[in-house]
Design a binder for this molecule. Structure first.
Ligand code: PEP
Ligand code: MG
Length: 402
């Protein structure tokens, strides 16, 4: 594909923060991609921007993009992105880092153009290579209904310590699952007497974790949903202790694992993300082993633990710490790395959850990555235009494949 023009710009994400968007013009058409931004980021994520900040990243990106114009790129498969990555590395070695958000947007826009150049949808372009062209399975949505932690402002000084209270429908089709989640979301607002929404459009509350789980369970029963949690334990961990603000108590490592295990049993929780702090592999293992005694299956999910980084994923999987993991491409800033992680997960039967970030954009490419790479779940909010656009993209693909 012949690169006619590459134009980076700033746009605002759903939190109103600046992020990077990149426009690309080829003879096949015009494409654009943008990067989301996390707030409860994992310590081992690649830096989103240059150490001198987003403005420095943009300055470097503008210079880099100029060098791409009037060049021809042959991208017939994902691995052909290597040429672009090589150019980025060479540039960065001389002028400084662009940052993971920037490289993510750059690779995404190139992949969108490459898919069109090959007369394929992006999910198809990926799927044909990664899943050898077999008909893709639709993922299931994991929807954030009620929020606490870093994503939610305090209400009269309180909020749940856990970051996300999630619904996972059992419906056969993705579109039906999205509808059920929306109904459940509305019912939760009523039961909760919710006081506004948080960063991801989940309901805000000043209830404790367990009071919120009681509401979640009541809604789940009515709509036959499974429930999940993103504890995001690192966000309230420090100096060896988990500091629970809402109940004003602290837990050490043993108490924390025990508490999470009790919650899983009491509420029959299907999905638990980051139940322990991000460097506690043995704590994750303790929870995973404990759930094996239960009569129901639970997914013990790494997010901050693994940060879509193959080295950490290997450590977590080989050490028996997780049976599922979050994939957030901008945590590692490279789709080629995502592909390596996906291959490793497949080989080891690790369930993959492709996930949005709390600060999202109107780019729906995450849906294509999820289907193309064969993710079993897509985690987004339930409501809000930046979340709905990704859900809609899956619904559209599902319809097309029927
Ligand atoms: C998460 O922790 O799963 C999440 C989406 O948060 P953030 O994007 O703020 O890192
Ligand atoms: Mg998380």
């Amino acid at each position: 594909m012949f690169i006619r023009e590459v134009t980076p710009s700033f746009i605002k994400n759903s939190r109103g923060e600046r992020t990077v968007q990149i426009g690309l013009v080829t003879y096949e058409g015009k494409f654009k991609a943008s990067a989301p931004s996390g707030k409860s980021k994992g310590k081992h994520e690649v830096p989103s921007y240059n150490s001198k900040g987003i403005d420095r990243s943009m300055k470097l990106l503008r210079a880099f993009c100029k060098r791409l114009e009037n060049r021809n790129f042959m991208i017939r498969k994902i691995d052909d992105l290597k040429l672009l990555v090589k150019l980025v590395r060479r540039f960065e070695a001389r002028y400084g880092r662009l940052g993971g958000n920037v490289t993510y947007a750059l690779e995404s826009v190139f992949l969108k153009a490459a898919a069109a150049d090959n007369n394929k949808e992006l999910w198809e372009f990926i799927n044909d290579e990664v899943n050898k062209g077999s008909k893709p399975k639709m993922p299931r949505p994991v929807g954030n209904c009620i929020g606490g932690g870093l994503h939610s402002k305090l209400i009269k000084g309180r909020r749940p310590d856990f970051q996300e209270f999630l619904f996972i429908p059992r419906e056969k089709t993705f579109s039906r699952a999205v509808t059920v989640n929306l109904r459940a979301y509305e019912y939760a607002r009523k039961l909760l007497r919710a006081q506004g929404k948080n960063d991801e459009n989940a309901w805000r509350t000043n209830k404790t974790n367990e009071e919120t789980l009681d509401v979640l369970k009541a809604v789940a029963k009515k709509y036959k949903l499974r429930i999940g949690l993103d504890v995001a334990a690192s966000t309230f961990y420090g100096k060896g202790y988990y500091n629970y603000k809402n109940k004003n108590l602290i837990r050490d490592k043993v108490d924390q694992a025990d508490y999470i295990e009790r919650m899983i049993k009491k509420y029959r929780i299907f999905y638990v993300e980051d139940g322990m702090q991000e460097e506690d592999f043995s704590g994750f293992k303790e929870i995973l082993n404990a759930t094996k005694e239960n009569k129901f299956k639970s997914l013990i999910v790494g997010d901050d633990l693994t940060t879509t980084n193959l080295r950490l994923v290997r450590r977590a999987v080989n050490g028996g710490a997780i049976n599922a993991m979050i994939i957030k491409p901008n945590q590692i800033g490279s789709i080629l790395e995502v592909k390596n992680v996906v291959n490793f997960c497949k080989k080891n039967k690790i369930v993959m959850i492709f996930s949005h970030r709390s600060g999202e954009t109107m780019d729906d490419v995450l849906a294509d990555y999820c289907i193309g790479f064969g993710g079993q779940f897509l985690k987004t909010g339930i409501f809000g235009r930046e979340r709905l656009i990704k859900l809609k993209r899956i619904i559209d693909i599902e319809k097309k494949l029927k």
